[in-house]
Design a binder for this molecule. Sequence first.
Ligand code: SF4
Length: 213
Amino acid sequence: MTGNEIVDEMEKIFPNAKCELIHETPFQLLVAVVLSAQTTDASVNQVTPALFAAYPTSKEMAQAEVKDIIPYIKRIGLYRNKAHSILNLSRELEARYDGIVPSRYKDLMSLPGVGRKTANVVRSVAFGIPSFAVDTHVDRVSKRLGLAKPYDTVEKVEEKLKRKIDRDRWNQAHHDFIFFGRYLCTSRNPKCSQCPFTKICKKDKLDAYKQKQ
Ligand code: SF4
């Protein structure tokens, strides 16, 4: 199956895959993505409505202190580091970008706590620029479906997905892969009996590779 055929199948199962992080502006999306590191979107969504009500833009957040932010995000993992990150992020945005989230990779990735995955999500979801963010779900699903090799880095996975899937489908395909990985091809106990990809699945090969590591 080609990359595009795989996306076609995923879209039959999940016709409404979309970004699940609650946000109203590029700044709020950026903060939500930073907060989502090593935790679920659902737990981020439990804390962001109150956080964004108190600090709706980088202007308000830049004036806060870490101790002001912590109570809002205390329920999610790594909250101390994340409080520092979103505060520094807000201050940098105010100091260097007039409070406006930039869309260029170079600018986004110069912000504290923003790596390539976060930059890709913001470019794709907030600005509609064709991008393919590779998170843990996208990485696992790509490797199980043979679109990437077990040993590929996230950068390599991104490169291969972009080569194998049409550019005008990247933004939606990113959400399709995440929904497929989050709700069907889960890390543990994937629902293989409901999966249309059993014939091409390389999960055994991937598991064997991981065991050797
Ligand atoms: S067969 Fe199972 S492990 Fe393989 S892609 Fe489908 S759900 Fe994932």
